[in-house]
Design a binder for this molecule. Structure first.
Ligand SMILES: Nc1ncnc2c1ncn2[C@@H]1O[C@H](COP(=O)(O)OP(=O)(O)OP(=O)(O)O)[C@@H](O)[C@H]1O
Ligand SMILES: [Mg+2]
Length: 262
């Protein structure tokens, strides 16, 4: 595994609103993510996890601070010059019901990133869309007749598989997932977690996973960053952080999880 930094964020800050109501959603984060790292982002609701990953995926822009991806600056670039990031980084959201367009067929949903003008001309993006569609459908364990059906014809777990197939289609280097199993029935969660684990291993992906569930982080991640009030209060290898947490908030988080364990 190549351990050079893939992402570098410096002084990353995102403010929302103005005056006394201003929220420091992300507040001066320095973060580096290595190629092949599987980073779990945990922290209480409102701590800034989603805001941070939206900026990493360039779906939102920081108020201040910089992000570089593979040595190339992301911040300050117009959308038409973000093709390198749009092909390399894919994001999966919590609720596949709202993230998949109900009027499109699953086939069109999955191949949409491949048809984007920003990605179409990139060498690393597959050009044979029909073939790539069949490959990713097989990879996520969906039936072969998936492409002509619509999202409502699938179960919640299958819809999240469609979202994963779409994310994999352009052969990304990074998969970002925001609470990918929390909208699913408990009985389906471990299936989808195992699938993500397999996909990340098969394709050698870098993973950035947001979750409330430390058991999910333990299963999928090699490192963990603990967020509170827009800051990363602790970051390190999974085993070190869970066995010897240094920050009082991490200790609190771990003990609240342990006390819930029967
Ligand atoms: N578009 C927005 N406009 C205004 N405030 C926002 C916006 N998005 C997020 N915030 C605020 O920024 C802070 C961080 O929100 P964020 O969604 O990043 O937290 P989170 O850690 O993902 O929380 P959760 O675990 O509930 O998903 C919160 O106080 C939130 O209310
Ligand atoms: Mg969130």
């Amino acid at each position: 595994m190549d351990s050079t930094a893939l992402y570098e964020a410096t002084g990353l800050t995102r403010l929302y609103g103005h005056g006394p109501d201003q929220v420091r959603a992300v507040d001066g984060i320095d973060l580096s993510i290595a190629r092949g790292e599987r980073l779990g982002l945990v922290g209480e609701s409102g701590s800034g996890k989603s805001t941070l990953i939206r900026m990493l995926a360039a779906l939102d822009r920081p108020t201040s601070g910089t992000i570089t991806f593979d040595g190339t600056p992301v911040t300050g670039r117009p959308e038409r010059r973000l093709g390198f990031l749009r092909s390399a980084v894919q994001i999966v959201f919590q609720d596949p019901r709202s993230s998949l367009n109900p009027r499109m067929t699953a086939g069109d949903i999955i191949t949409e990133p491949l048809r984007s003008p920003l990605l179409r001309r990139r060498e690393d993006v597959p050009t044979d869309r029909g073939r790539r569609l069949a490959e990713v459908i097989d990879q996520v364990g969906l039936p072969a007749d998936t492409p002509r059906r619509h999202p409502h014809e699938f179960s919640g777990g299958q819809r999240q598989r469609i979202a994963l197939a779409r994310a994999l289609a352009p052969r990304p280097q990074v998969l970002i997932a925001d609470e990918p199993v929390s909208a699913l029935d408990v009985s389906l969660r471990s299936q989808v977690i195992n699938l993500i684990n397999d996909l990340v291993a098969q394709d050698g992906l870098t993973l950035v996973l947001v979750t409330h569930d430390l058991a999910v982080v333990r299963h999928l991640c090699s490192t963990v960053a603990v967020m509170r009030s827009g800051q990363v209060v602790e970051r390190g290898p999974m085993a070190r952080v869970t066995q010897e947490p240094r920050h009082p908030y991490t200790q609190e988080l771990l003990s609240s999880v342990l006390s819930l364990d029967p």
